[in-house]
Design a protein around this ligand. Sequence first.
Ligand code: KG4
Ligand code: ZN
Length: 335
Amino acid sequence: INNIIILAIESSCDETSAAVIADGKVLNNIVATQSVHEKYGGVVPELASRAHQENLIPVVQEAILTSGISKDQLSAVAFTRGPGLMGSLLVGVSFAKAFAFARNIPLIEVNHMNAHILAHFIEDPKPNFPFICLTVSGGHTQLVLVRDHLDMEVVGGTQDDAVGEAFDKTAKLLGLPYPGGPLIDKYAMEGNPHAFKFPITRMPELHYSFSGIKTAVLYFLRDQLKDNPNFIKENLADLCASIQYSLVEMLLIKLKVAVKQFGVNEIAIAGGVSANSGLRETLTQLAAQKGWNLYIPKFEYCTDNAAMIAMAAHYKYLKGDFSSMDVTPLAKMKI
Ligand code: KG4
Ligand code: ZN
Protein backbone atom coordinates (compact mmCIF):
# COMPACT_ATOMS: atom_id res chain seq x y z
CA ILE A 1 0.00 0.00 0.00
CA ASN A 2 1.30 3.45 -0.91
CA ASN A 3 1.15 6.10 1.76
CA ILE A 4 3.05 9.15 0.57
CA ILE A 5 2.22 10.02 -3.03
CA ILE A 6 3.44 13.36 -4.35
CA LEU A 7 2.95 15.18 -7.64
CA ALA A 8 6.00 17.34 -8.44
CA ILE A 9 6.35 20.21 -10.90
CA GLU A 10 9.54 21.73 -12.34
CA SER A 11 9.36 24.98 -14.35
CA SER A 12 12.45 26.98 -13.40
CA CYS A 13 13.96 27.47 -16.84
CA ASP A 14 13.00 26.03 -20.23
CA GLU A 15 11.82 22.50 -19.41
CA THR A 16 8.26 21.90 -18.26
CA SER A 17 8.23 18.72 -16.21
CA ALA A 18 5.98 16.70 -13.90
CA ALA A 19 6.59 13.49 -11.96
CA VAL A 20 4.78 11.30 -9.46
CA ILE A 21 6.59 9.68 -6.54
CA ALA A 22 5.08 6.99 -4.31
CA ASP A 23 6.82 6.15 -1.03
CA GLY A 24 10.14 7.41 -2.33
CA LYS A 25 9.90 5.56 -5.65
CA VAL A 26 9.70 7.76 -8.74
CA LEU A 27 6.95 6.41 -11.01
CA ASN A 28 7.60 8.61 -14.03
CA ASN A 29 9.29 11.77 -15.26
CA ILE A 30 7.51 13.63 -18.05
CA VAL A 31 9.54 16.43 -19.67
CA ALA A 32 8.46 18.85 -22.39
CA THR A 33 11.48 20.64 -23.86
CA GLN A 34 10.91 24.09 -25.31
CA SER A 35 12.39 24.43 -28.79
CA VAL A 36 11.31 28.08 -29.33
CA HIS A 37 14.64 29.31 -27.90
CA GLU A 38 16.92 27.62 -30.44
CA LYS A 39 16.80 30.38 -33.00
CA TYR A 40 17.54 33.07 -30.41
CA GLY A 41 20.78 31.50 -29.17
CA GLY A 42 19.57 31.42 -25.56
CA VAL A 43 16.48 31.14 -23.37
CA VAL A 44 14.08 34.06 -23.89
CA PRO A 45 12.35 34.42 -20.48
CA GLU A 46 9.08 35.78 -21.83
CA LEU A 47 8.76 32.93 -24.32
CA ALA A 48 9.71 30.39 -21.66
CA SER A 49 6.85 31.52 -19.38
CA ARG A 50 4.34 31.27 -22.20
CA ALA A 51 5.53 27.82 -23.21
CA HIS A 52 5.22 26.65 -19.57
CA GLN A 53 1.68 28.01 -19.53
CA GLU A 54 0.91 26.00 -22.65
CA ASN A 55 2.64 22.77 -21.66
CA LEU A 56 2.08 22.43 -17.93
CA ILE A 57 -1.41 20.91 -17.76
CA PRO A 58 -0.78 18.39 -20.58
CA VAL A 59 2.48 17.36 -18.89
CA VAL A 60 0.77 16.96 -15.49
CA GLN A 61 -2.07 15.05 -17.11
CA GLU A 62 0.38 12.63 -18.69
CA ALA A 63 2.26 12.20 -15.40
CA ILE A 64 -0.95 11.37 -13.54
CA LEU A 65 -2.23 9.08 -16.28
CA THR A 66 0.98 7.06 -16.68
CA SER A 67 1.49 6.74 -12.91
CA GLY A 68 -1.74 4.76 -12.58
CA ILE A 69 -2.64 6.95 -9.62
CA SER A 70 -5.75 9.06 -9.41
CA LYS A 71 -5.71 12.71 -8.36
CA ASP A 72 -7.55 11.99 -5.12
CA GLN A 73 -4.77 9.65 -3.96
CA LEU A 74 -2.17 12.43 -3.91
CA SER A 75 -0.80 13.34 -0.47
CA ALA A 76 0.91 16.58 -1.54
CA VAL A 77 1.97 18.72 -4.47
CA ALA A 78 5.54 20.01 -4.85
CA PHE A 79 7.05 22.74 -7.00
CA THR A 80 10.36 24.49 -7.67
CA ARG A 81 10.42 27.74 -5.70
CA GLY A 82 13.81 28.84 -7.08
CA PRO A 83 16.39 29.63 -8.24
CA GLY A 84 15.27 30.27 -11.81
CA LEU A 85 13.52 32.65 -14.17
CA MET A 86 10.79 34.55 -12.32
CA GLY A 87 8.16 34.22 -15.06
CA SER A 88 8.85 30.51 -15.48
CA LEU A 89 8.74 29.85 -11.75
CA LEU A 90 5.45 31.75 -11.37
CA VAL A 91 3.67 29.35 -13.71
CA GLY A 92 4.68 26.31 -11.64
CA VAL A 93 4.05 27.96 -8.26
CA SER A 94 0.60 29.21 -9.26
CA PHE A 95 -0.41 25.82 -10.58
CA ALA A 96 0.84 24.01 -7.47
CA LYS A 97 -0.96 26.41 -5.14
CA ALA A 98 -4.24 26.15 -7.02
CA PHE A 99 -3.94 22.36 -7.06
CA ALA A 100 -3.17 22.16 -3.33
CA PHE A 101 -6.03 24.54 -2.56
CA ALA A 102 -8.54 22.64 -4.69
CA ARG A 103 -7.59 19.21 -3.30
CA ASN A 104 -6.89 20.45 0.22
CA ILE A 105 -3.45 18.82 0.38
CA PRO A 106 -0.08 20.20 1.58
CA LEU A 107 2.15 22.30 -0.63
CA ILE A 108 5.90 21.60 -0.70
CA GLU A 109 8.46 24.09 -2.04
CA VAL A 110 11.73 22.70 -3.38
CA ASN A 111 15.07 24.37 -4.01
CA HIS A 112 16.15 23.50 -7.55
CA MET A 113 19.86 23.17 -6.67
CA ASN A 114 19.09 20.95 -3.71
CA ALA A 115 16.98 18.80 -6.03
CA HIS A 116 19.75 18.43 -8.65
CA ILE A 117 21.82 16.78 -5.92
CA LEU A 118 18.94 14.63 -4.65
CA ALA A 119 18.60 13.20 -8.18
CA HIS A 120 21.22 10.76 -6.85
CA PHE A 121 18.59 9.20 -4.59
CA ILE A 122 16.17 8.29 -7.38
CA GLU A 123 18.02 5.06 -8.20
CA ASP A 124 20.84 2.91 -6.83
CA PRO A 125 23.72 3.25 -6.18
CA LYS A 126 23.19 6.13 -3.77
CA PRO A 127 26.07 8.13 -2.29
CA ASN A 128 26.80 7.83 1.43
CA PHE A 129 26.87 10.92 3.66
CA PRO A 130 28.85 13.07 3.81
CA PHE A 131 29.65 13.47 0.12
CA ILE A 132 30.87 16.26 -2.14
CA CYS A 133 28.72 17.14 -5.11
CA LEU A 134 29.93 19.18 -8.05
CA THR A 135 26.73 20.75 -9.38
CA VAL A 136 27.21 22.05 -12.90
CA SER A 137 24.36 23.55 -14.89
CA GLY A 138 23.47 26.40 -17.21
CA GLY A 139 22.97 28.76 -14.29
CA HIS A 140 25.21 27.35 -11.54
CA THR A 141 28.59 25.88 -10.74
CA GLN A 142 28.83 24.82 -7.12
CA LEU A 143 30.86 22.56 -4.88
CA VAL A 144 28.48 21.35 -2.21
CA LEU A 145 29.22 19.45 0.99
CA VAL A 146 26.18 17.21 1.49
CA ARG A 147 25.73 16.06 5.10
CA ASP A 148 22.19 14.76 4.73
CA HIS A 149 19.31 14.90 2.25
CA LEU A 150 18.28 18.34 3.44
CA ASP A 151 21.53 19.49 5.06
CA MET A 152 23.83 20.93 2.38
CA GLU A 153 26.49 23.63 2.36
CA VAL A 154 27.89 25.41 -0.68
CA VAL A 155 31.67 25.43 -0.11
CA GLY A 156 32.75 26.76 -3.51
CA GLY A 157 31.42 28.16 -6.73
CA THR A 158 31.72 30.49 -9.66
CA GLN A 159 32.41 34.19 -9.33
CA ASP A 160 30.96 34.96 -12.76
CA ASP A 161 29.56 32.64 -15.48
CA ALA A 162 28.36 29.10 -14.83
CA VAL A 163 30.23 26.35 -16.67
CA GLY A 164 27.13 25.50 -18.74
CA GLU A 165 26.96 29.13 -19.75
CA ALA A 166 30.63 28.93 -20.84
CA PHE A 167 29.80 25.87 -22.96
CA ASP A 168 26.78 27.60 -24.50
CA LYS A 169 28.47 30.96 -25.11
CA THR A 170 31.59 29.52 -26.71
CA ALA A 171 29.36 27.26 -28.82
CA LYS A 172 27.53 30.36 -30.00
CA LEU A 173 30.88 31.87 -31.07
CA LEU A 174 31.40 28.72 -33.14
CA GLY A 175 28.04 29.32 -34.80
CA LEU A 176 26.30 26.43 -33.03
CA PRO A 177 22.62 26.72 -31.98
CA TYR A 178 21.40 26.89 -28.37
CA PRO A 179 22.00 24.98 -26.18
CA GLY A 180 25.51 24.46 -27.51
CA GLY A 181 26.87 22.37 -24.62
CA PRO A 182 25.67 19.01 -25.98
CA LEU A 183 26.96 19.95 -29.46
CA ILE A 184 30.45 20.83 -28.18
CA ASP A 185 30.37 17.43 -26.47
CA LYS A 186 29.37 15.71 -29.70
CA TYR A 187 32.00 17.35 -31.95
CA ALA A 188 34.68 17.06 -29.25
CA MET A 189 34.51 13.27 -29.55
CA GLU A 190 36.19 13.49 -32.98
CA GLY A 191 38.71 16.20 -32.02
CA ASN A 192 42.11 16.62 -30.42
CA PRO A 193 41.83 18.27 -26.97
CA HIS A 194 45.37 19.65 -27.28
CA ALA A 195 45.03 21.12 -30.77
CA PHE A 196 44.48 24.63 -29.37
CA LYS A 197 45.38 26.04 -25.99
CA PHE A 198 42.64 27.93 -24.18
CA PRO A 199 43.15 29.42 -20.73
CA ILE A 200 42.69 27.47 -17.53
CA THR A 201 41.78 30.22 -15.07
CA ARG A 202 43.17 29.61 -11.60
CA MET A 203 41.18 31.27 -8.85
CA PRO A 204 41.98 31.23 -5.11
CA GLU A 205 40.45 28.64 -2.75
CA LEU A 206 37.34 26.93 -4.10
CA HIS A 207 36.34 29.74 -6.45
CA TYR A 208 35.73 29.27 -10.16
CA SER A 209 35.75 31.75 -13.03
CA PHE A 210 34.50 30.83 -16.49
CA SER A 211 34.17 34.20 -18.18
CA GLY A 212 37.80 34.36 -19.39
CA ILE A 213 37.56 31.47 -21.81
CA LYS A 214 34.69 33.10 -23.69
CA THR A 215 36.81 36.21 -24.37
CA ALA A 216 39.86 34.10 -25.23
CA VAL A 217 37.89 32.07 -27.78
CA LEU A 218 36.35 35.26 -29.22
CA TYR A 219 39.75 36.89 -29.89
CA PHE A 220 41.35 33.66 -31.07
CA LEU A 221 38.59 33.09 -33.63
CA ARG A 222 38.65 36.70 -34.77
CA ASP A 223 42.39 36.44 -35.55
CA GLN A 224 42.11 33.08 -37.28
CA LEU A 225 39.09 34.07 -39.36
CA LYS A 226 41.03 37.03 -40.77
CA ASP A 227 43.44 34.62 -42.49
CA ASN A 228 40.99 31.85 -43.19
CA PRO A 229 37.23 32.46 -43.33
CA ASN A 230 36.67 28.68 -43.16
CA PHE A 231 38.73 28.27 -40.00
CA ILE A 232 35.83 27.22 -37.78
CA LYS A 233 34.39 24.80 -40.30
CA GLU A 234 37.76 23.17 -40.92
CA ASN A 235 38.66 22.87 -37.22
CA LEU A 236 35.31 22.43 -35.50
CA ALA A 237 36.09 19.11 -33.79
CA ASP A 238 39.50 20.29 -32.53
CA LEU A 239 38.05 23.60 -31.33
CA CYS A 240 35.27 21.83 -29.42
CA ALA A 241 37.67 19.28 -27.92
CA SER A 242 40.11 22.01 -26.82
CA ILE A 243 37.40 24.20 -25.27
CA GLN A 244 35.91 21.21 -23.47
CA TYR A 245 39.36 20.19 -22.23
CA SER A 246 39.92 23.57 -20.54
CA LEU A 247 36.46 23.67 -18.97
CA VAL A 248 36.72 20.12 -17.60
CA GLU A 249 40.24 20.77 -16.26
CA MET A 250 39.02 23.83 -14.38
CA LEU A 251 36.15 21.87 -12.85
CA LEU A 252 38.37 19.02 -11.68
CA ILE A 253 41.22 21.12 -10.28
CA LYS A 254 38.91 22.59 -7.62
CA LEU A 255 37.11 19.32 -7.00
CA LYS A 256 40.48 17.81 -6.05
CA VAL A 257 41.14 20.69 -3.65
CA ALA A 258 37.70 20.27 -2.04
CA VAL A 259 38.13 16.51 -1.63
CA LYS A 260 41.43 17.08 0.14
CA GLN A 261 40.07 19.90 2.29
CA PHE A 262 37.05 17.97 3.56
CA GLY A 263 38.60 14.50 3.58
CA VAL A 264 35.60 13.00 1.86
CA ASN A 265 35.81 9.94 -0.37
CA GLU A 266 32.28 9.95 -1.81
CA ILE A 267 32.02 12.18 -4.87
CA ALA A 268 29.01 13.02 -7.01
CA ILE A 269 28.23 15.24 -9.98
CA ALA A 270 24.87 16.75 -10.82
CA GLY A 271 23.20 19.22 -13.18
CA GLY A 272 22.98 19.52 -16.95
CA VAL A 273 26.73 19.65 -17.61
CA SER A 274 27.21 16.33 -15.80
CA ALA A 275 25.82 14.85 -19.03
CA ASN A 276 29.10 15.89 -20.70
CA SER A 277 31.01 12.81 -21.81
CA GLY A 278 34.42 14.49 -21.47
CA LEU A 279 33.69 15.34 -17.84
CA ARG A 280 32.30 11.86 -17.17
CA GLU A 281 35.32 10.09 -18.67
CA THR A 282 38.00 12.27 -17.10
CA LEU A 283 36.29 12.17 -13.73
CA THR A 284 35.86 8.40 -13.89
CA GLN A 285 39.60 8.00 -14.54
CA LEU A 286 40.47 10.45 -11.78
CA ALA A 287 38.20 8.64 -9.31
CA ALA A 288 39.78 5.28 -10.13
CA GLN A 289 43.24 6.81 -9.65
CA LYS A 290 42.34 8.46 -6.34
CA GLY A 291 40.17 5.67 -4.98
CA TRP A 292 37.02 7.82 -4.82
CA ASN A 293 33.55 6.35 -4.94
CA LEU A 294 32.02 8.25 -7.84
CA TYR A 295 28.32 8.74 -8.48
CA ILE A 296 27.04 9.97 -11.85
CA PRO A 297 23.29 10.24 -12.44
CA LYS A 298 21.52 8.86 -15.49
CA PHE A 299 21.33 11.39 -18.36
CA GLU A 300 17.59 11.77 -17.81
CA TYR A 301 18.19 13.01 -14.25
CA CYS A 302 21.14 15.32 -15.07
CA THR A 303 19.19 17.99 -16.94
CA ASP A 304 16.15 19.74 -15.47
CA ASN A 305 13.42 17.28 -14.52
CA ALA A 306 10.60 16.88 -12.02
CA ALA A 307 11.77 13.48 -10.73
CA MET A 308 14.47 15.25 -8.73
CA ILE A 309 11.91 17.74 -7.39
CA ALA A 310 9.75 14.78 -6.36
CA MET A 311 12.69 13.17 -4.56
CA ALA A 312 13.40 16.34 -2.59
CA ALA A 313 9.69 16.70 -1.82
CA HIS A 314 9.58 13.17 -0.43
CA TYR A 315 12.25 13.96 2.17
CA LYS A 316 10.54 17.24 3.05
CA TYR A 317 7.22 15.44 3.45
CA LEU A 318 8.80 12.99 5.90
CA LYS A 319 9.88 15.98 8.01
CA GLY A 320 6.49 17.68 7.72
CA ASP A 321 8.19 20.63 6.03
CA PHE A 322 5.29 22.25 4.17
CA SER A 323 4.86 25.72 2.64
CA SER A 324 2.20 28.25 3.40
CA MET A 325 -0.25 29.33 0.72
CA ASP A 326 1.28 32.81 0.43
CA VAL A 327 4.66 31.48 -0.71
CA THR A 328 6.21 33.28 -3.72
CA PRO A 329 8.98 32.21 -6.11
CA LEU A 330 12.57 33.32 -5.67
CA ALA A 331 14.75 33.99 -8.72
CA LYS A 332 17.74 33.71 -6.38
CA MET A 333 17.54 31.13 -3.66
CA LYS A 334 20.25 29.69 -1.42
CA ILE A 335 20.55 25.95 -0.83
O1 KG4 B 1 20.65 21.64 -15.29
P1 KG4 B 1 20.24 22.15 -16.63
O2 KG4 B 1 19.38 21.29 -17.50
O3 KG4 B 1 19.51 23.52 -16.52
C1 KG4 B 1 19.87 24.50 -15.61
O4 KG4 B 1 19.42 24.42 -14.44
O5 KG4 B 1 20.69 25.36 -16.03
O6 KG4 B 1 21.60 22.52 -17.42
C2 KG4 B 1 21.58 23.02 -18.72
C3 KG4 B 1 23.02 23.24 -19.16
C4 KG4 B 1 23.15 23.98 -20.49
O7 KG4 B 1 24.13 24.98 -20.34
C5 KG4 B 1 23.60 22.90 -21.46
O8 KG4 B 1 24.37 23.37 -22.52
C6 KG4 B 1 24.42 22.02 -20.54
O9 KG4 B 1 23.69 21.98 -19.34
N1 KG4 B 1 24.62 20.67 -21.08
C7 KG4 B 1 25.82 20.21 -21.49
C8 KG4 B 1 25.59 18.89 -21.96
N2 KG4 B 1 24.27 18.60 -21.81
C9 KG4 B 1 23.70 19.70 -21.25
N3 KG4 B 1 27.03 20.79 -21.51
C10 KG4 B 1 28.04 20.07 -21.99
N4 KG4 B 1 27.91 18.80 -22.46
C11 KG4 B 1 26.72 18.18 -22.46
N5 KG4 B 1 26.61 16.93 -22.92
ZN1 ZN C 1 18.91 22.84 -13.39
